[in-house]
Ligand binder design. Structure first.
Ligand SMILES: NC(=O)c1ccc[n+]([C@@H]2O[C@H](COP(=O)([O-])OP(=O)(O)OC[C@H]3O[C@@H](n4cnc5c(N)ncnc54)[C@H](OP(=O)(O)O)[C@@H]3O)[C@@H](O)[C@H]2O)c1
Length: 257
């Protein structure tokens, strides 16, 4: 058993959205602490490149699973194949996410449903499968959901995204109180504005960029690596008594009046 507060050796983590951006940084960050990792996303080539990169930099075992999480009915099968390959998952990081931006009155239901399915429903179904897996093995587990500043407040043009992330925060709290009896800790990380492919339309917009810098006391966009410390804390022994929380890693955004 890992005795160090922050070590993850002999642990295996499943990280959705692990092919790029925040998910890739988290998968690599957990692997740097000794964990083996399984990563999931839709784009095979990018996923394989990420897998090779994590292996080369960390020497951990890395497994890749090409899968569309909007396909919620097949998530149980995905989880079963992950368990079969890895021989068991100790840590689940629900990071895959998507967004659409536009006036709420014009959002069509197909788009709304896709955002809710990928950001919220897939996290729920994967968490269910993870819970049964840990419960049946009589083992503890850690779930980390990647929330957002929209777990706390709203912005125009983000109705589906903000609703999915608000739901993800309440899911985090509900599962934390319900699965404490199985020793499954459920927490969330709320990133501030992080420069990734998802936010490219924002950071490449000069006016938006100025607004983000003016609202962030640390006066910069976050980098995916900025989130690794919180994830390692929540995944490791140091986080054993932390559950039902969201840790905002936002450069001070929510502290500013
Ligand atoms: N960047 C920010 O400022 C920020 C702030 C707050 C919260 N977040 C959250 O952080 C998470 C990661 O965001 P990011 O900025 O790193 O975004 P990103 O660079 O666009 O990465 C998104 C990841 O999710 C995967 N993904 C998207 N849709 C998927 C689907 N249907 N099935 C399987 N995988 C899917 C993507 O791979 P494929 O496209 O190949 O499937 C990719 O690996 C999201 O939940 C996002 O809401 C980001």
């Amino acid at each position: 058993m890992e005795s160090r507060l922050f070590g993850l050796s002999a642990k295996t983590a499943l990280v959705t959205g692990g092919s790029r951006g925040i998910g890739l940084a988290l998968a690599k960050g957990l692997a740097n602490q000794g964990a083996d990792v399984a990563i999931v996303s839709r784009t095979e080539e990018q996923l394989e490149t990420a897998g090779r990169q994590i292996r080369a930099e960390t020497h951990s075992n890395v497994w890749t699973f090409t899968f569309d999480l909007a396909n919620t009915e097949s998530i149980e099968d995905l989880f079963a194949s992950v368990v079969a390959k890895t021989e068991g998952i100790d840590i689940l990081v629900n990071c895959a996410g998507t967004t659409i931006r536009g006036p709420a009155e014009d959002v069509d239901l197909i788009t709304w449903n896709e955002v809710i399915e990928v950001n919220l429903t897939s996290a729920f179904v994967l968490s269910q499968a993870f819970c049964r897996h840990r419960r049946d093995a009589n083992k503890a587990g850690k779930i980390i959901n990647i929330g957002s500043l929209t777990c706390h407040g709203a912005r125009p043009t983000t109705a589906a995204y903000a609703s999915s992330k608000g739901g993800l925060l309440m899911l985090t709290k509900t599962l934390a109180v319900e699965w404490a009896k199985y020793n499954i800790n459920v927490n969330a990380i709320g990133p501030g504005y992080i420069a990734t492919e998802l936010t490219e339309p924002l950071w490449s917009d000069e006016e938006f960029d100025r607004w983000v810098l003016s609202k962030t006391p640390l006066a910069r966009w976050g980098r995916p690596d900025d989130l690794v410390g919180a994830a390692v804390l929540l995944a490791s022994r140091a986080g054993d008594f932390i559950t039902g929380q969201i840790i905002y890693v936002d450069g001070g955004w929510l502290a500013l009046l």
